[in-house]
Design a protein around this ligand. Structure first.
Ligand SMILES: Nc1ncnc2c1ncn2[C@@H]1O[C@H](COP(=O)(O)OP(=O)(O)OP(=O)(O)O)[C@@H](O)[C@H]1O
Ligand SMILES: [Mg+2]
Length: 261
């Protein structure tokens, strides 16, 4: 995997969407951050705070109304969309699987993927225990009669699909939020493993899943209100630490309840 790229720099003031709203409204304000090569950035914040919008700006689904987004010190508009998207591996909350083999689902979008590359990607995404249960392994068709692909397994296929591209940047947008806490933890470990040494941006509701990030940014109504490492944010005793503590209490209460049942 090559690391000959520079910073991912996002520096945008406002983003308005002119297509769906009659009155354009600012979604992000004064958003500015830099992700150094190989570092992990996390975006956290309430629903509607603008996390996915940051990701969509980076993918050029929208254009910012002011400010700039640089990749390797080059504005992202200077890349054609295809080469920009080739450099970015994306794992979303709900990933689409096609009714074909698991191997083809993994290599989807990477036309020159060899069998060895597909196997490696499956291994790195920890798909092995799932594949071992299937007599045809990677050649099993998804959606074939009798085969159920769980949410967690789907996530692993999506992770394998994103890493086979050998992207410079990995983006996980709520990749674990629809899963039960055990599977969430397993997927979190896989994500940690595959994002080693790769620049990554993770969007999460549950703060516990991103505590090892190099920088965590808390968005409130499209603005950065707190930023730092997990420990720095806890020391601040601000909103981040309040929400984190609440979430941990809730998680513990849930586990205790689970044990009683
Ligand atoms: N295409 C769009 N046109 C206009 N407004 C939009 C569009 N997409 C999102 N928004 C608005 O932008 C704001 C930020 O949305 P965004 O999807 O970035 O939030 P989010 O932080 O990812 O939320 P969630 O945690 O629910 O995924 C919301 O108020 C949303 O209603
Ligand atoms: Mg979102």
């Amino acid at each position: 995997m090559s690391f000959d790229y520079g910073q991912t720099r996002i520096n945008t003031d406002t983003k308005t969407d002119k297509h769906e709203l009659e009155q354009p409204r600012a979604i992000l304000k004064n958003i500015s951050f830099v992700v150094e090569p190989g570092k992990k950035l996390a975006l956290v914040g309430q629903t509607g705070s603008g996390k996915s919008t940051v990701i969509k700006l980076l993918l050029r689904f929208y254009e910012p109304t002011s400010g700039e987004i640089l990749l390797d010190d080059r504005p992202i508009e200077s890349y054609d969309i295809e080469s920009l998207h080739k450099r970015i591996g994306l794992v979303l909350q709900d990933n689409v699987l096609f009714n074909t083999t698991i191997a083809k689902n993994i290599s989807y979008g990477t036309f020159d993927a060899s069998d060895k590359m597909i196997e490696d990607a499956a291994q790195r995404a920890s798909l092995q225990p799932f594949l071992a249960k299937l007599s045809a392994g990677l050649l099993t068709k998804v959606g074939e009669r009798g085969l159920m692909v769980s949410g967690g397994e789907k996530q692993r296929v999506a992770i394998a699909r994103s890493i086979i591209k050998r992207p410079d940047i990995l983006i996980f947008d709520e990749a674990t939020s629809a899963l039960d806490s055990h599977t969430e933890e397993e997927i979190r470990k896989s994500i940690l493993e595959v994002s080693k040494g790769v620049t990554s941006i993770t969007v999460a509701h549950r703060f516990a899943t991103v505590i090892d990030s190099d920088e965590i940014i808390l968005l409130v109504n499209g603005e950065i209100t707190e930023r730092g490492t997990h420990n720095q944010l806890l020391e601040k005793s601000g909103t981040y630490s309040k929400i984190y503590n609440l979430q941990t209490q809730r998680q513990r209460a849930g586990q205790e309840l689970g044990e009683e049942v």
